[in-house]
Each structure stands twice: as structure tokens, then as C-alpha cells.
Write a new protein. Sequence first.
Length: 319
Amino acid sequence: MQRLVADPDERVRASVLRGGSGKPTPPFAGKILAPAIHRILMFSSVLIFGCAVALMFGDGGMEKWRNKMWQGAEEFISGLSWKSGLIVETINITGNNIVASDVLSDALDITIGTSMALVDLRGALDGLINLEWIRSAEVGRRWPNQIIVTVHERVPIAVWDTFDGRVLIDKGGLSFGDNHINSFSGLPVIKGAGAPAEFPKLVAILEKEPFVKSKVVGAALIGERRWNLKVGNNLLVRLPEGSLEEAWGTFARHFEGNHLSLVGAVVADYTLPDRLVLRLEVSLISETGDNLVHGHSSEGGISIELGRVHRDLRPRKLG
């Protein structure tokens, strides 16, 4: 089976033509193909000779003759294909979970009844890759009468909230429109210039604490330098520009150990290297953490002691 393969994520080569499936040709197909291929080769020789003659005369008066030769070739091959049964009878599409098969069929632009030899594999492949949901695809002939199509759809990992609306982001940090976006309401929403390109790196760090990661519902890239995370319904976690992985690990321990079960806590700021700063909506503390020794609130701020490390949390303006 001859097939074309295209993967836009490959940087060295975007597509490669692969031939030969290694499968033996069924006897009945061989009986059909042998005389047909012989005729095609004979006609091709005449066609090549005619084109060579036309090229010697250059453009101008010979242009119409060349076009007529090509048209004649197509008609000859189509007629021969019909007589030999070498026409497209089936288009087999696999790999699509989101994009409807009829959308893919329209993008292929291959008509049932077309000569197998005249199917434009490159054009069909380009049509698929132009669909925003398709990451890569393969299109090939399976003689005597099938076109085999395999698509690989993009996997969204987040929704990017922009001034122009929301779009989906894939694991490569690329945005690919808003089609079917309502089917992915559970994805985290990210904001900020440059956020799509940086978010996969953040995800790699968050995945080291999978339970806490599952509570992250949003993220904002601040000044293209550091991240703010929205955890649960009400908690904003400010992570530093440097030592991001260390800060995330510290927050995960605090979260899982229930140290952040402060009633009304709205901000947990980890941007300072030597202290954790909390901002409360109400001045109440739930003393349920295993290492929470004591806590109190006052107009002067909040002072808590976690294990052996004392944190003096003074009110300050948070940017």
C-alpha cells in the first residue's frame, strides 16, 4: 500500500512517501492489475515522448496541445480503471474521536468512483492537515479499490482566555481554535501573554504532585515571568519566578497537611524565599493541621508556627 504521512510537529521533515506494506497481492488482484499496469506503462511511454516533443517547441502554440495530452491521459486512465475495477469504492477513516467523519471526507476531496491511479494523495493530506483539530495524518491506497486514512487529533490540555475569546491549547503549547470547546469545560483556564508556550512546562512540574494538581482550575502567567494558580474555588497561590518546583512542593505539603485550611484564606504567597504570606477574607483559623501549633489573628497581622519554622505574616500590598 502506498501512503503519504504528514506530521506538522516534525521539524526536519514534514512528510515522507512510504511504499510497500509487505503484504502479498491477492491472486485475483494480480490478474486484474497485471494487464492494466501493462497498458498504463505503454500509454505513459507515448505520453512522455509527446511531452518531450512539446517541450522542444516551448510555450505558446504548444500549450493547448500539452493540456489536451494531459486531459487525454486522465481520460484514458479513468476509462481503463473503470474497466479493470481500479476505482475508489471505499474511504476508510480511523483515529477521529472529535472531528466528524463527514468533515474529514470533505477535507480529503476524494470522490467515490475516481480512478485509484488519479487520486491526489498529497492534496488529500494537505486538506486534512489544514483542519485545526488534526495534528498529523496518513493517507494511502489499498489496491484495488480502497483509500485508507488515519488521523491523529490534538489533545487539549487547557483553555486560553484572551481578549478575543477562549481557545484550546494542546500539549505542545499551540492554540487551535474554539471548535468543540464546550466539550472541555473541565480543563484549566490560563491567562497572560505567552501562557500557552509556557504552560506545558508548568504542567510537567505540577504533575509531580498529582493530587494537588487535580485541584488547580486556572493559571495566569504574570509578566511572562511567574505563575499565579487558582486552586479550588477561592485560593490564589502565587509562585516565584525561580525555584518554581521547590515552591510547588512546599505548597503541596501545606495543602495536603491541611496547613492552609484557614477559613476565608484567599491568597497564599510563596514568592518570598523565607516566608509564607497569607491574606484572609475573614480572620478565623481552623487548627486542624497536624503541625499547626498555634494561630491567631489581629489588626497587626497573623502569626502561625508550622513545625519548627516560625512565620510572621505581616499585612502588605500584594501585586
